[in-house]
Design a protein around this ligand. Structure first.
Ligand SMILES: [Ca+2]
Length: 283
């Protein structure tokens, strides 16, 4: 009778509404492979979602904006994967690949798979992902790695490794570092503590590639394991230990650092100097 028809109509209406909802939500969802690093309420914060072809990194956005682009969340596509990343535009178009706050609520004691595809939150503490570090630094053109350390008195130190490359998963995401420059003391390629991180494979609690008889990622300090890193046997620097940001001379148990960032940017281009009719590359 009449009652039954009314029920049918209601269910048709409910189905239609829920379909509309699904379509509506899908439209907002950024088409990024690492969308798990964004909270749903942050979808609307992606600054270039409407762009047709995504830029390959933050530097490209910064450059094409004439240095005017603002800090924030952007879509990039280095090679295969479209990604959401945080761009540090004020320092010249850096793509942030790691950020940690001391005693972070984000757990950095993670598996190989987590370190591969990234974890945490783009707007706060996170690891972008070894696979994406690989894609960024192997797409052609040299990259450099930037390190930014802020201590408890808000004193900021910088460091740069130029060039910087992370090898493929087959090579266990081995790190390759060039010359160091900066206000911080080199803690990855200099063996002042007898630990050398350059050319080391990545180690996580479930994959031991380090040079220690145990797994460095599992070694605890005050009950907190080290997390994934390019360990030697074990570390002269480790920015993924949640309770102590460690950078040899600059950040340690005695000298507490509050924040660290790791970021990448293309190497400054070779300048071509014209001297009369003669052209030469300045290396
Ligand atoms: Ca080991």
């Amino acid at each position: 009778g009449f009652g039954k028809m009314k029920t049918n109509c209601y269910w048709q209406w409910a189905l239609l509404m829920s379909l509309l909802c699904v379509v509506g939500t899908q439209k907002e969802l950024p088409p990024a492979e690492n969308v798990h690093l964004l909270n749903p309420e942050e979808y609307k914060l992606v600054l270039n979602l409407d762009q047709k072809d995504y830029p390959s990194d933050c530097f490209e956005i910064w450059e094409s904006s004439g240095g005017q682009a603002r800090d924030g969340i952007y879509m990039i596509q280095p090679t295969k994967s479209a990604l959401v990343v945080f761009c540090d535009m004020q320092s010249g178009g850096w793509t942030v690949v790691q950020h940690i706050t001391v005693n972070s609520s984000v757990d950095f004691d993670r598996t190989w798979q987590d370190y591969k595809v990234g974890f945490g939150s783009i707007t706060s503490d996170h690891w972008l992902g070894n696979e994406y570090l690989y894609q960024l630094t192997n797409k052609g053109g040299q990259y450099k790695l930037g390190i930014k350390l802020v201590d408890k008195d808000a004193v900021t130190k910088f460091g740069e490794y130029d060039p910087f490359r992370v090898e493929s998963e087959e090579s266990q995401y081995k790190i390759r570092l060039g010359l160091f420059e900066g206000t911080a003391v080199d803690a990855l390629s200099q063996d002042t503590e007898a630990y050398l991180h350059d050319n080391q494979k990545f180690t996580t609690k479930d994959r031991d590639n380090d040079n220690f008889y145990q797994n460095c990622a599992k070694l605890e300090y005050l009950g907190v394991p080290g997390g994934g890193w390019w360990y030697d046997a074990c570390a002269g620097a480790n920015l993924n230990r949640r309770n102590v940001i460690y950078w040899q001379k600059d950040c340690n148990k005695e000298h507490i650092c509050k924040y660290a960032w790791m970021m990448v940017r293309p190497t400054d281009r070779v300048k071509v100097i014209k001297t009369g009719s003669c052209q030469r590359d300045e290396l």
